[in-house]
Design a protein around this ligand. Sequence first.
Ligand code: ZN
Length: 475
Amino acid sequence: MLTVYNTMTRKKEEFHPLRAGEVSIYCCGVTPYNDPHIGNARPFVTWDVIRRFLARKGFAVRYIQNFTDVDDKIIGAANREGVTWKEISDRYIAAYFKAMDALNVRRADVFPRVSETMEDILRMIETLIARGYAYATAAGDVYYRVEAFSRYGCLSGRSLEDMEAGARVEVNETKENPMDFALWKAAKPGEPSWKSPWGKGRPGWHIECSAMSVKYLGDAFDFHGGGSDLIFPHHENEIAQAEPCIDGDEKFARYWLHNGFITIDNEKMSKSKNNFFTVKDILKEFPGEVIRFFILQTHYRSPLDFSDERLREAQTALDRLRKANAVVAELTQREGTADTGAELAAQAETFLRDFDAAMDDDFNTALAISQMFGLAKEINRYHQELERGAAFDAANFGRAADAYHAMAAIIGIFEQEEAPADDGLTDALMDLIIGIRQEARAAKNWAVADKIRDGLKEAGVVLEDTTTGVRWKRA
Ligand SMILES: [Zn+2]
């Protein structure tokens, strides 16, 4: 039985899907105005594993993740560079995919964008106004009326009075209550805008996720995810916006899952502290699989401390699993009818059962991975017995191999070709080698020039003479 920690009820609950055999998930995506950082990556790696696990349990999983492609930060970046907001968002959506592909995060079923969901957003705002939950001002802004929604604060566990007491006093006479938030912002010069019943403008941040999740998953769906920094105000506001628009009894997200923060050397990540790490930069030193594995070695709700040292430890640990995987790959090719693997097969099934139990306990990947290490150790032990002369038991070893593969497929490792981290060294060395060969040729030292060409060919590198010089490529 799967249990999950639901932020809404602040306790672990048994998971019962809304529709038998199906699971629907909405996770807040990125605002594409810069390269994704390690903190951005955590929810997406986490939900990738959850999707894999739910699929193996037999659920048909539908997963939606948005791009906030209309936003102050995008408009700011566009103005600084003198390009359109669309150029910025397209560029960093591409950067998002590149980084997540490297982390072996599979694509969402739909990636809705604000700019492509405007009709649905406008319709939801109109409904909120019609039902008394929002009001337009003379300036053409539309605000959400927090006092109209009695459940406001249900997710974050705060009362409206507490929020008002803690809020900075904002001089905005057009708002009925300082906690009221923008659903629609009247157009300002130099900003992208869309037509609306209240004049040209653009949506506030929160409304998009209410509109997109309901559009693609229906009035109610199973999971809503995101970082714990989104609980208030973003997710609180999503609930306040969506629920009044839904007529049925089942309203909006049923289980709210939030992942913990990432700290850098035990400090909060921030650009001002210069400890802000993009996935792109980390990939220069570590393969994507190591970064993924590092994230999953900690339970998603716990804080995760990032440092070079922790990443190196993750790399060493992953290498141990990888070595056992090489043993599995080698031995599954071998034939043998001895009866030496019954104990290994039984152990493998126990490890897999405990792996699944850990995942069923609020997706505890940390504990699940420890079961994988347990099986890796037994596989290595069996391999050593074979090397000492024991006869091979292909049938039972196959059962252990299946269990090991099943675990790897949930964690999402051993799926990428083992490519070394590209720190630019390969290019630098190739430039040097090609330069030496050119000098040898210029000096008519054909023996050295040919030796370099043949040596590279043997290493799988082909040289091509082009009009702009010599280029190299992997054969
Ligand atoms: Zn969102």
